[in-house]
Design a protein around this ligand. Sequence first.
Ligand code: PLP
Length: 410
Amino acid sequence: MKATFLPINPPQRLLMGPGPINADPRVLRAMSSQLIGQYDPAMTGYMNEVMALYRGVFRSANAATLLVDGTSRAGIEAILVSAIRPGDKVLVPVFGRFGHLLCEIARRCRAEVHSIDVPWGEVFSAQQIEDAIKQVKPRLLLTVQGDTSTTMLQPLAELGEICRRHGVLFYTDATASLGGNALETDAWGLDAVSAGLQKCLGGPSGTAPITLSAAMVDVVRRRAHVEAGIRTDAHRDGEDEMIYSNYFDLGMILDYWGPERLNHHTEATSALFGARECARVLLEEGLDAAIARHKLHGDALLKGIQGMGLETFGNLEHKMNNVLGVVIPEGVHGEQVRQILLQDFGIEIGTSFGPLAGKIWRIGTMGYNARKDCVMQTLSALEAVLNRLGVRTTQGVAMQAAWDYYGESI
Ligand SMILES: *Cc1c(COP(=O)(O)O)cnc(C)c1O
């Protein structure tokens, strides 16, 4: 019998959806490096470097800055499972799919979950959130910074001070926004932030960088953990209920990343090499320069789409730099367009969920793909496909509009 399982050889694609996107080749090269032992000084040295690099990425002095092995939701879950005690009140401002995810995970942690809503395509004012905090009196505020489901970016800068005044711990999921939009962990008073690599950081999914304030570390540390059935922490009176997950027990993960290096899991070595290179690439460019690049190419895409006469989704004042919602024109089958883009151009753009399913496409310009050539290729391909399907756009206007925009801003 002939071998039927061929070596991996994925097709060439330009990933212009809401993530994942093409990984930076430097990240792929770093990930193909040979493995070393978990406690090899070279490995623990890399772990320490990763902590230092991600302090730069998160703009934080937090000692507790490390990687959770797993996709972005592993980072979310580690923080929520470790911080939420059964019965704790949490407040979740929901402006898209990932707000619902925070509610769902918090419920599994047996929190008393309170959520507030705005229509999809909008964000909350600081006043709306403070009013809800006054009413609910939560222990934690769980937010999403950039929700790719709606392309909106929730302003966070004022919320830390509000949380401090009301004695509330402040968390955000910055998976989709970090590296492409401003995030100031310390200056904005965040107690916990989690992220992933497959959006603006230009890496593969499977690693979740997180950072925790000293106050959040205290919360986690109050919850004793067990190792192989034996308590490793001295029991203290009034100690909070044990964290129910071993894998996501941040106390144990902190001990593994800390100077004691207590064995927990085997750090995902290749993934750590990739995460380290993602941060190196980003900080070499400069965080502010990378954010400006995401804004430039995100705006060029917007000008091109508007030039084509297509409508965009949501309040553009609060749009993330790195993803745009495009309203599918009347009479066009959104999935057919995506299929032709993929088959004939090798370009992938995003579909949508929930109330937006079948109504908008989501086009990303992020990480390694926040580049002029990616924007121009995507605009020209989309225009060609729409024309092929009988949608009248003036030929070439989209590209001219994007070029004009680049001309103005270079
Ligand atoms: C894309 C995205 C994620 C992804 O989570 P994974 O577990 O890596 O799939 C999480 N949160 C937000 C806000 C996102 O946009």
